[in-house]
Design a binder for this molecule. Structure first.
Ligand code: ADP
Ligand code: MG
Length: 234
């Protein structure tokens, strides 16, 4: 038992470290990217210009991996708190607005609930979960479309539905969702859905996916509401 405890503690330290290191690493990446871009703009030599653009692409790649992976190493809740799903959804849509605009995606305000829907988890992780899913929906609509988010409460659960009018998936692709490194994108990481699914799993939630190739996709995430009794955490 002692050995197992030590191992669990080590794992926790490592995953904590991974999460904080990734935060720290983003800043120097962003700074380097800025300087390289400046050098590239002034550069006349086409070969050097090309090298700089490759270097920038590689930095973007590193940033994508960190963004999708940031909390993965640490997706079991450490300090569970009560989180209002409606508030977090609104926050996430705010964050994703620039990406939606860039892709010509319209983002009507989410249909929220009257009153609160509190779930037990960690705010940052729940945000990461929704960010990864919303990002995928937007990326599925490179030529524009509509992203709708709906919240529904029923009995003991709250369900978040994320609808897009994007490229959709085949049933084979749906079945591979959540598999690490599964991606159909040229510059994908294949980590985003895996991270989201793990976070949902740790909150004892469920995911349903409906998708039709060429038409669109709907992810519904059903999460248990916080009850007065203490939450079960494994
Ligand atoms: P990445 O986005 O880096 O490819 P993800 O794990 O986030 O990795 O997604 C894995 C794959 O699942 C995507 O490459 C895409 O093929 C598919 N996918 C996920 N969400 C959607 C969606 N809303 N519409 C279409 N395909 C999707
Ligand atoms: Mg993704």
């Amino acid at each position: 038992i002692l050995k197992r405890l030590v191992k669990a503690e080590k794992l926790e330290v490592v995953s904590h470290l991974a999460a904080s290191i990734s935060h720290e690493v983003r800043n120097p990446l962003t700074a380097s990217r800025g300087f390289m871009q400046m050098l590239g703009e002034d550069e006349q030599n086409p070969i050097k210009k090309r090298y700089l653009s490759i270097a920038i692409d590689e930095l973007d790649r590193a940033k994508d991996i960190i963004d999708d992976y940031l909390l993965f190493a640490n997706s079991a809740p450490e300090r569970p708190e009560q989180v209002d799903v409606g508030v977090e959804i609104q926050h996430v849509l705010q964050i994703m607005k620039p990406l939606a605009n860039m892709n010509g995606v319209v983002l009507p305000p989410p249909s929220l609930l009257h009153g609160q829907a509190k779930v037990c988890g960690e705010r940052k992780k729940l945000q990461q979960c929704f960010i990864n899913l919303v990002k995928n929906s937007i990326e599925a609509m490179p030529n524009g479309g509509k992203l709708e988010v709906k919240l529904k409460k029923s009995g003991e659960t709250v369900t978040v539905e994320i609808h897009d009018t994007g490229c959709g998936m085949t049933s084979e692709q749906i079945s591979r969702l959540g598999e690490p490194y599964f991606t159909t994108k040229e510059k994908g990481t294949g980590l985003g859905t895996m991270v989201s699914f793990r976070i949902i799993h740790y909150m004892q939630g469920k995911v349903h996916v409906k998708s039709e190739k060429g038409k669109g996709t709907c992810f519904s995430i059903e999460l248990p509401l916080c009850t007065k009794t203490a939450p079960k955490i494994d």
